[in-house]
Design a binder for this molecule. Structure first.
Ligand SMILES: Nc1ncnc2c1ncn2[C@@H]1O[C@H](COP(=O)(O)OP(=O)(O)OP(=O)(O)O)[C@@H](O)[C@H]1O
Length: 217
């Protein structure tokens, strides 16, 4: 569960958003809407502790994440956070399997055969069965997006921040991504999705719109 109070972000002279309040419970998906430049990606980056806030407080499962020290932030990113970036954030010259292996999460403490079974299941889920040895740079944009999704399935994070996760995908793959995220929410994850898609918003439980808040001061 993530709760945020009074979130404010200013970049230079511009206030992107001010006094934002939001709560996403475990099991829920929230759509973050708003025109290009309204600060959707920046909000996800702040919630993921990748970028500092100007003001406000973020609570993750009741803990004040804004007060985390560097070590606690690392553990939060390693154990709790799953991020679907617009640029997929994959290791380009490594194989699909190597990209799944860096997911951490539920993999720790498992033997090789058990890990292989988890990779296999995740790749089947995203329609990349039998492709584990393919290099990421050989894949299409949509396939890379599906590897990023498979990595989330391997990690099973409690909090997922997805930045326009269906942007590069056709209708079938969009449906697969959104159904997979819905499945992860139903298993207990709290999920925020920055999206321009009405269809994605319809599949979410709640929405937050950032439009009117962006202002010059
Ligand atoms: N580090 C930065 N330095 C300067 N300006 C920045 C920085 N990060 C973001 N911005 C600006 O903040 C604004 C919000 O950007 P952001 O990417 O969060 O918007 P967005 O709503 O996600 O847009 P889109 O829908 O196009 O992805 C933009 O005008 C962007 O140029």
């Amino acid at each position: 569960m993530i709760t945020a109070h009074g979130l404010t972000k200013a970049i230079g002279q511009r206030t992107l958003w001010e006094g934002l309040e939001l709560t996403v419970n475990n099991g829920e998906m929230m759509a973050i809407r708003g025109p290009s430049g309204s600060g959707k990606s920046t909000l996800l980056n702040c919630l993921g502790l990748l970028e500092p806030l100007t003001a406000g407080k973020i609570l993750v499962d009741g803990a004040d994440a804004t007060a985390f020290r560097a070590g606690q932030r690392r553990i939060f990113r390693r154990d709790t956070l799953g991020y679907l970036f617009q640029n997929y954030a994959l290791i380009d010259n490594a194989s699909i399997q190597a990209n799944l292996a860096v997911a951490g999460g539920q993999l720790r403490g498992l033997n090789r055969a058990q890990q292989q079974a988890i990779y296999q299941q995740a790749l089947e889920h995203v329609g990349l069965d039998g492709r584990a040895k393919d290099r990421v740079y050989e894949l299409s944009g949509g396939e890379q997006q599906r590897v990023a999704l498979a990595r989330l399935l391997v990690k099973k994070p409690g909090l997922i921040l997805a930045d326009e996760p269906t942007g590069a995908l056709d209708e079938g793959n969009t449906e697969m991504v959104i159904t997979t995220l819905r499945h992860m929410a139903d298993k207990g994850a709290a999920i925020l999705i920055a999206t321009h898609s009405d269809h994605v918003e319809e599949r979410c439980d709640t929405q937050l719109t950032l439009d009117a808040l962006a202002s010059m001061v």
